[in-house]
Design a binder for this molecule. Structure first.
Ligand code: E4P
Length: 217
């Protein structure tokens, strides 16, 4: 399973990347806003640091304008995945980008039907949003499972990039149902290391060690 980090925060990406935990990065307009940085500048910085795919999202809503924006974003670096929304125009732009050999991440996917269209349009990645489906009492993980089954049934090459991940359980459930990639905020990835029994066990070991009066160095 590949780990993408869902942020435009360069320091947070660097920390995880230095540990070898970053296979790629996803950004979106909200994350660019949160970073307070210029999209071209921050995306270039991320691409210089991370060798895997870095998703940069278009903001136009018509295919021809999406294509203009996407080609500009793709010039930033060879590892850019152009991110387009799952609309008819987005699929049109996806097909155009894919035909020219660009990686494309089709985002804002909320149904298996949408995921089929993205695969047909040549998407490199489909981004189903788990958390936002859970937010409206639908089953985000079921969507990941459905897309996995459908893509396997027809040997679609599009990778399932589980997005809108809010918890550690989302990550492990994605691994269980066979998502190719997860993209998660840095805090979620870091919290995967936490367990209450680890803390409790370590606390006990340190107390007992202090009682021995010994030192290792
Ligand atoms: C990733 O590509 C998405 O933009 C992101 O995961 C959305 O997450 P959110 O629903 O927590 O904003």
């Amino acid at each position: 399973m590949k780990f993408f980090v869902d942020t435009a925060d360069v320091a947070a990406i660097k920390e995880l990347n230095d540990l070898g935990m970053v296979d790629g990065v996803t950004t979106n307009p909200s994350l660019i806003l949160k970073s307070g940085r210029d999209i071209l500048e921050v995306t270039r910085e991320i691409c210089d640091m991370v060798s895997g795919p870095v998703s940069a999202e278009v903001v136009a809503t018509e295919a021809k304008d999406m294509i203009t924006e996407g080609l500009k974003l793709a010039k930033i670096a060879s590892n850019i995945a152009i991110k387009v929304p799952l609309t008819w125009d987005g699929l049109t732009a996806c097909k155009a980008f894919a035909s020219e050999g660009h990686m494309v991440n089709v985002t804002l996917c909320f149904s298996a039907a949408q995921a089929i269209l993205a695969a047909k349009a040549g998407a490199s990645f489909i981004s189903p949003f788990i958390g936002r489906l859970d937010d409206i009492n639908l089953d985000g993980m079921q969507l990941i499972e459905d897309i996995r089954t459908i893509y396997d049934n027809y040997d679609f090459k599009t990778e399932v990039l589980a997005a809108s991940i809010r918890s550690v359980n989302h990550v492990t459930d994605c691994a269980r149902v066979g998502a190719d990639v997860i993209t998660a905020p840095p805090a979620v990835i870091k919290s995967m290391a936490n367990h209450v029994l680890t803390d409790k066990g370590l606390d006990q070991f340190l107390k007992d060690w202090a009682k021995t009066g010994q030192k290792i160095v």
